[in-house]
Design a binder for this molecule. Sequence first.
Ligand SMILES: [Zn+2]
Ligand SMILES: [Zn+2]
Ligand SMILES: [Zn+2]
Ligand SMILES: [Zn+2]
Length: 249
Amino acid sequence: MEDLSRVLDEDLLRELECPVCMEYMVPPIKFCMHGHNICSKCRERVHYCPTCRAEFSEIRNVALENIARSRKYPCANRQSGCLEFFSIEHIAEHHAGCVYGNIKCPFHVLKTCFWNGLKNDLKEHAKAAHPTNFFEDSFFRISTLEDYLVFTFCFDQLFTFYKHIKDGRLYGAVQLIDTSSEASKYKCEFTLRAENGIEQISNIFLVPGYSEDWETIFNSGKCLSLEEVRARNFFVQNKLNLTMKLSRV
Ligand SMILES: [Zn+2]
Ligand SMILES: [Zn+2]
Ligand SMILES: [Zn+2]
Ligand SMILES: [Zn+2]
């Protein structure tokens, strides 16, 4: 029974594929005079049905639209390894942040690198283009108050750490270059220690995934966040005394 429903599901998915772009159709789905369907994006560009060359009508395939709305779609980056499924309302949002699509080098936030490519190629890029900001360690010390971004490769995963000063506050967070569910397997601990050895701040956070941008992470409060003037209490020999430790949950 399970096998039969899976076959039916695959047949239905094929029915929902646009014959032009091969992506799954989202409403409005229109059809040609002979009943062949086309997705709304391709409908704007194509004047004749690619299957039979007939003209398109303005009539919507409501039955297929209802089916489209009721089911979950695999991510368009499934060939590169994304195994997630989403409803029609959420798939565009996922595609925008899907780590298996083309992703930007994290240094784009500093406007110093404009590389974009596949997740699996990012590590090589990071090593080659940002060698002084590439570590292979789950623990490191950050001694500058300036904006600072580094890669670290540990637990067979690529993470980025970003420290940023905005509106008089210091923010620090780690992001995993992978899905949020993969990221939730890791935590990071930030520790600030003063020269007197007594005053200390220590915070532990779950690591967010690639789909969460820094702005969202910094606003969520799930990151190191303190007033810049306060951070100055944690200077040892004129250097910030901040450490970051990554571990599995
Ligand atoms: Zn299409
Ligand atoms: Zn047709
Ligand atoms: Zn995806
Ligand atoms: Zn780069």
